[in-house]
Design a protein around this ligand. Structure first.
Ligand code: SF4
Length: 119
């Protein structure tokens, strides 16, 4: 069975939108729930090296679903389109949630809901 992974992206960790949450506690909560096979944190997924990260990760055809908790969903789709194409990753396997301005608990709830609703 294919793997499921979560990437959290936080605008370099300096954007005020991500100051209310502790990203490590968010990631650990999702790990404890065992909802995905792997979790990771990227500081700027829409930058050039973020594209490279996505390309490298998703060239692994074993990955069946990618959850990205970051900024607005539609923006994510547009920003990651090229990297998905380059990696041959079907964009319908990407599920996104906007966690800006949430605290730790709210982010965990939103990510949990995303994963459960998009198995
Ligand atoms: S992908 Fe979204 S959350 Fe991540 S750095 Fe870019 S704008 Fe910020």
């Amino acid at each position: 069975m294919g793997k499921k992974g979560l990437i959290v992206c936080v605008c370099q960790g300096t954007c005020p939108s991500f100051q209310k949450m502790n990203v490590f506690n968010v990631l650990n909560a999702i790990r404890r729930k065992k909802l995905v096979d792997f979790v990771s944190l990227h500081p700027q997924l829409c930058a050039k090296d973020g594209d490279e990260y996505l390309r490298t990760l998703l060239s692994n055809t074993d990955i069946d679903r990618l959850y990205v908790a970051a900024c607005e969903s539609h923006m994510q789709e547009k920003m990651f389109e090229r990297a998905f194409n380059d990696a041959g990753f079907d964009p319908s396997k990407h599920s996104s949630v906007d966690i800006r301005n949430m605290n730790t608990e709210e982010a965990v709830t939103a990510i949990t809901k995303l994963i459960e609703e998009n198995p």
